[in-house]
Write a protein that binds this ligand. Sequence first.
Ligand SMILES: *Cc1c(COP(=O)(O)O)cnc(C)c1O
Length: 352
Amino acid sequence: MKKHNFTAGPCILPQQVLKQASEAVLNFNNDNLSLIEISHRSVPIVEVMENARKLVLELTGLENKGYSVLFLQGGASLEFLMTPYNLLKENGKAAYLDTGTWSAKAIKEAKLLGDIDVVASSKDKNYNFIPKGYSIDSNIDYFHCTSNNTIYGTQMKSFPKTDGLMVCDMSSDIFSRNLDFTQFDLIYAGAQKNMGPAGTTLVIIKEDILGQTGRQIPSMLDYQIHIDKDSMFNTPSVFAVYVSMLNLQWLKDLGGISAIEKINDAKATLLYNEIDSNPLFEGAAVKEDRSNMNATFLLTDSSLQEKFDNKCKEAGIVGINGHRSVGGYRASMYNALPLESVQVLVDIMHNL
Ligand SMILES: *Cc1c(COP(=O)(O)O)cnc(C)c1O
């Protein structure tokens, strides 16, 4: 049975990418060797890393603008610590916007290294909105925010201007919509939400922001070392980078971020229209801050839960259970999810 995969992460990838990836595991480049049994320093793998970096810069419009692309390990969770290590001056200060579990975890790590100012938080409303109208001190080293709150289904539609550096965790919406990426000095994203399989973390970093903190940075946490070594300071997760590269190539062939943004808008509009017009459902996040990637919603009549769940199951829908901290449902509509899958879900909601 065909599955409609709404899982929040690791998540859906294009069939074509999975097919190419599986072929490369058996026989990479027709060399009768597997992608995962050859040296990361061999020419074809170095080419994969270079091509992946190039695609990231091309798709985000950041070519020749002083940015480096890294493929690291440790997930977005390790970036929570690497960010302050590399950007927070000794005796300096950073500002954080608290919009969900992932923001809160980033704040917790940063507090290990210095003075962290939480400029606003939506925690008391169970993170169902994005705070606005807060002020940010002018003497900060950097401002950190989470562009899309995977668990709560909220998304920042605009970003503040600050006097410090701009850092953004884009794990769950990178490559999903057009942004002026030059407004950010450091972007990071765990691959497994919208870029590839779990196992690598994308970091896009403006080179000239490094080396200013006066801190001793452990090698594995030092962005400059990873830049100098082309993400091969230690053995990179070759397979995860390769599949990410295939997926980025798929996106480029489709027409890039502008093309996928239209499709993502269409998917989100279709689902949110049903949530808003159907009295059996209600959205969990405030309307103006709704995420186009993760739609969170609840049944207004909980006695219908079993019926709804069964109908979804019969239709091959997987992964729409809400995160335990929100309850209800969460439909993740990452780039590779076709509009047709959203239509299947909407039809079930409509005829419940
Ligand atoms: C999933 C997620 C993370 C954590 O990513 P890991 O790669 O598992 O460490 C961080 N931030 C956001 C926004 C996420 O969605």
